[in-house]
Design a protein around this ligand. Structure first.
Ligand code: NAG
Ligand code: NAG
Ligand code: NAG
Length: 496
């Protein structure tokens, strides 16, 4: 289906009405009849706009995502009861929803303690974890148990699948990383706890995963400019997995990123608390890369970098009920570094509070890249004391030498912002800095209300950003309708 459009520069100066009629005619023609049942009010030009807006709004989110979200083996039979009933050598499981007494299952409990883990916070328990994992992975209906009220020091370790069906990893106690970067296994520079190649496993239990990151942070080139820039380990990595759920855990003080989901499908992250000091470098909360159908719900994140970042080759990523305080906000990108190709499609954020952050919702791309970011929805977001609540930055440059403008970039299109309210630290509360080479298109703002802390007005600035402001939008964003390229000040639109 052809929804995209190419808009010549001359068109932007045409009377608004003609532009609207031209743009909406093909869209209105293909509107499904049930869309007419939605009462969006208005008439004529307004109605056409409403329909287009509605279409932009409802079409996004990545096509057949419901299929992706159908869980691998998600029969609800080995979920929620595990935590309560984990007690003794076997666990009886029943359905949480309705009594089905004939369908109880015996669980095979594998405790790290039974494999020699000390759990005293001093002894190295890596070996015991590895042995326990080997056992748990080989048994059907296994529960790998990290005991409550104990502290297990564990070095870099790989929990690799495939394992037998219905594995549950129950972390009740604390897993803590060794503190000394100089003693870190050089064979695992970027990984601490890796879960790889798992299908349908659960990782849960209310426990703590602590990266002991403070010495790593002190070594970061962002903190100590005399140090070379070297990657530090990610605390938890979910790689090449499908149907994995991570829930009810506290991940803190990661060496670098806290939780990465890469090369995976149908992963759910739920009820996670992720914390690190606001000045810890590159400590992203959740990072999604090369993954499809990732849902992130009910998470509280406060770190020194992006609360959630979504990078290359990620599709159908849904976020709901997110608190980000403090941090750098919720980001798509950065994409297109070093002339690379990147694709991100179907991202939605619904119901979030972003406070004491550099950005609210951000899309960032480097000059010179290629590919696209499209079909993105940010809705129902409360911002509080945020530098740039809404930002698209196609001039992103996170390196010591300045970045030149190039003739290519990642194309940003069909990005909808709806119901975003709160306070901005800067006057430029809404910033669409799109590239001259590849302008942003179909940028839609609706129901926006942003002010300075002291109640004074803020601004929208546009460079090469085409789209609509769907009132009420405060600060006014008429620049979307006649955005100039080349970094010039946008012209004021005559009042209508
Ligand atoms: C981004 O993902 C695409 C596959 O969709 C791949 O071809 C490309 O190499 C990736 N880019 C980078 C920088 O990894
Ligand atoms: C707008 O978003 C806020 C923050 O999530 C929410 O509390 C409020 O109910 C939303 N308003 C509407 C009309 O959806
Ligand atoms: C790159 O382009 C932008 C927008 O046209 C302009 O504001 C900026 O000054 C340019 N930067 C460089 C280094 O030329």
């Amino acid at each position: 289906m052809e929804r995209g459009r190419r808009k010549g520069r001359g068109m932007r100066t045409a009377p608004l009405f003609l532009v609207l009629v031209f743009l909406f005619m093909p869209v209105a023609a293909e509107e499904r009849s049930d869309a007419g049942n939605v009462d969006v009010g208005g008439g004529g030009e307004e109605e056409a706009f409403d329909k287009r807006f509605l279409k932009l709004w409802t079409d996004g989110g990545g096509g057949d995502e419901e299929d992706h979200l159908r869980w691998y083996g998600d029969d609800d039979e080995y979920d929620d009861d595990v935590e309560e009933e984990e007690n003794g050598d076997a666990i009886m499981l029943g359905s949480a929803r309705c009594p089905r007494p004939t369908k109880k299952k015996k669980r095979n409990v594998v405790r790290v303690d039974d494999f020699g883990a000390a759990g005293d916070g001093c002894a190295d328990d890596t070996e015991a974890f590895a042995k326990a994992w080997e056992k748990a992975c080989s048994l059907k209906d296994a529960v790998f148990v990290v005991t409550a009220n104990r502290r297990y020091k564990v070095g870099p370790i790989r929990f690799m699948g495939p394992c037998k069906e219905r594995l549950v990893i129950l972390i009740h106690g604390t897993i803590v990383a060794p503190e000394e970067p100089s003693e870190w296994d050089p064979k695992s520079p970027r990984l601490w706890l890796l879960f790889g190649g798992l299908v349908g496993a659960r990782i849960q239990g209310g426990g703590v995963i602590d990266g002991s990151g403070s010495k790593w942070w002190a070594n970061s080139c962002k903190i100590d400019k005399s140090k070379p820039c070297k990657a530090a380990p990610t605390a938890v990595t979910i790689d090449s997995c499908s149907g994995v759920r991570v829930r009810s855990l506290h991940i803190q003080n990661a060496q670098q990123m806290h939780l990465t989901v890469s090369r995976s499908r149908a992963v759910r992250l739920d009820k996670l608390a992720i914390t690190a000091p606001g000045d810890s470098p590159n400590t992203d909360g959740i990072h999604v890369a090369e993954s499809t159908a990732v849902t992130i719900t009910s998470c509280r994140i406060g770190t020194g970098d992006d609360c959630i970042s979504i990078s290359n080759a990620s599709f159908a990523v849904k976020m709901r009920g997110i608190v980000c305080d403090p941090g750098h906000g919720i980001s798509i990108g950065s994409l297109g570094q070093g002339g690379s190709y990147a694709a991100v499609e179907g991202v939605s954020l619904d119901n979030a509070r972003i406070a004491r952050a550099q950005n609210g919702v951000r899309i960032k791309t480097w000059q010179g890249g290629a590919g696209y970011v499209r079909n993105v929805r940010f809705s129902n977001v409360l911002v509080d004391d945020v530098d740039h609540p809404i930002i698209i930055d196609q001039f992103y440059c996170d390196q010591r030498t300045p970045c030149a403008n190039r003739s290519t970039n990642v194309q940003v299109s069909n990005v909808v912002y709806r119901n975003i309210t709160g306070t901005s630290r800067r006057a430029e509360a809404i910033k669409f800095a799109c590239s001259d080479a590849v302008p942003c298109s179909d940028i839609v703002l609706s129901n926006i209300n942003l002010l300075r802390e002291d109640g004074s007005e803020v601004q929208t600035v546009c460079n090469c950003a085409m789209g609509f402001d769907y009132e009420p939008v405060r600060p006014a964003a008429h620049c979307l309708r006649n955005s100039e390229c080349g970094g010039e000040e946008p012209k004021a639109l005559p009042l209508h």
